[in-house]
Design a protein around this ligand. Structure first.
Ligand SMILES: NC(=O)c1ccc[n+]([C@@H]2O[C@H](COP(=O)([O-])OP(=O)(O)OC[C@H]3O[C@@H](n4cnc5c(N)ncnc54)[C@H](O)[C@@H]3O)[C@@H](O)[C@H]2O)c1
Length: 348
């Protein structure tokens, strides 16, 4: 059988670059569209070094109808993995329109182009942010969704748009829509080569990049937002997942939709997480143990909107896709540190 072309939007980003590596390892041919608004061409070069394969990249916006039309008419694309989005919760609260335009309006443009060109297989990057303040733990896919910020709302809107495409049979002839919305928990770590990884611009908002910034001396100490939660050590519990496990989750979802009967439609929501909560203090202790670097802490007030615990039920991903996580916490932290040591300021 011919190698299948998979269009990866946002393929130069943190998750996208790891998805490219996982796709190539599984025999797919990824094509990338990225406007490099939050990434570097170096990530694509390094993916090429890791895989030994040339990766075709179109530099452009996923909201550009002409670019999309050219891609779909010329490249015989089997499926799309749609990662391109803005992802800063804080920024989304200051500039919500930017988030709805980039994340929601561009998703509409993309699915319209897919529909025009008869490409109906889509894996969409959603987020645990759609759950908002969790009322039930662990979070199953059936839990109530109530995002607490425009970023999370933009992801939920996309999920709703995609769901209605499938339930109203829009675009269905002999080839109905097959869509998987993957709700990621907290991806951390890097490829084992330490040559692709998370490339945050400015001060990192996430725990592991922040720990690494303290470890390499760019930040003085790690702020811990509250140690008086109702958890075993008082700090918040989150579900951290190794980026390569997350990347392989996309391949499992893709394999699954591509094997469905041609006339079968689907719109599934699937959590990608480990299914276990790890506290801030546990993360810091493990990081110190495996790197031998002391991480000074400063406990401050709780952050508004933070919850005591949030972690997934990972059962559906296993029962439906046969996917489960393979990497340990030490591998998450060790690879994050390797990447940060190789690129102390990211790709710059
Ligand atoms: N990293 C996380 O913690 C996390 C958690 C849940 C969900 N997600 C989602 O996963 C996806 C990927 O996240 P990431 O961490 O790799 O982010 P990232 O910023 O590293 O990657 C996103 C990529 O999309 C590109 N992009 C953004 N808007 C674009 C546009 N209009 N046209 C073309 N390219 C565009 C950026 O340049 C970047 O390369 C996003 O949809 C994000 O919302 C991420």
């Amino acid at each position: 059988m011919d190698v299948q072309n998979i269009l990866v939007t946002g393929g130069a980003g943190y998750i996208g670059s790891h998805v490219l590596v996982a796709l190539i390892a599984s025999g797919y041919n990824p094509l990338v569209i990225d406007n490099f608004t939050n990434s570097s061409k170096k990530s694509i070069q390094n993916c090429q070094k890791i895989t030994g394969k040339l990766i075709e990249v179109v530099e452009g916006d996923v909201g550009d109808v002409e670019i999309l039309e050219n891609l779909f008419t010329q490249k015989n694309i089997s499926a799309v993995i749609h990662l391109a989005a803005l992802k800063s919760v804080n920024e989304s609260c200051v500039e919500p329109l930017k988030y709805f335009k980039n994340n929601v309006a561009n998703t509409l443009t993309l699915v319209e182009a897919m529909k025009r060109n008869g490409v109906h297989n889509l894996i969409f990057s959603s987020s645990a942010a759609v759950y908002g303040n969790a009322s039930v733990i662990p979070l199953t896919e059936n839990c109530h969704t109530k995002p607490t910020n425009p970023y999370g709302a933009s992801k939920l809107m996309c999920e709703e748009i995609l769901k209605s495409l499938v339930t109203t049979c829009d675009g269905q002839g002999s080839d109905p829509w097959k869509i998987v919305n993957l709700r990621y928990f907290n991806p951390v770590g890097a490829h084992e080569s330490g040559t692709i990884g998370e490339n945050p611009r400015g001060a990192p908002a996430n725990l592991v990049p922040y720990i690494c910034e303290v470890a390499n001396g760019h930040q003085e100490r790690l702020k811990v937002y509250g140690d008086d939660y109702n958890t075993p050590d008082g700090t918040g519990l989150r579900d951290y997942i190794h980026i390569m496990d997350l990347a392989k989750g996309h391949v499992s979802a893709l394999n699954w939709i591509l094997k469905l009967e041609k006339n079968e439609k689907c719109c599934e929501v699937i959590n990608l997480g480990v299914g276990r909560g790890i506290s801030v203090f546990e993360m810091v202790k493990r990081f110190e143990a495996i790197t031998g670097i002391n991480i000074p802490l400063k406990v401050t007030e709780r952050r508004p909107g933070d919850v005591a615990e949030s972690y997934s039920s990972a059962g559906k991903a296993y029962s439906l896709l046969g996917w489960k996580t393979e990497y340990s916490l030490d591998q998450m932290l060790g690879s994050a540190w390797l990447w940060r040591s190789n690129y102390p300021r990211g790709y710059e």
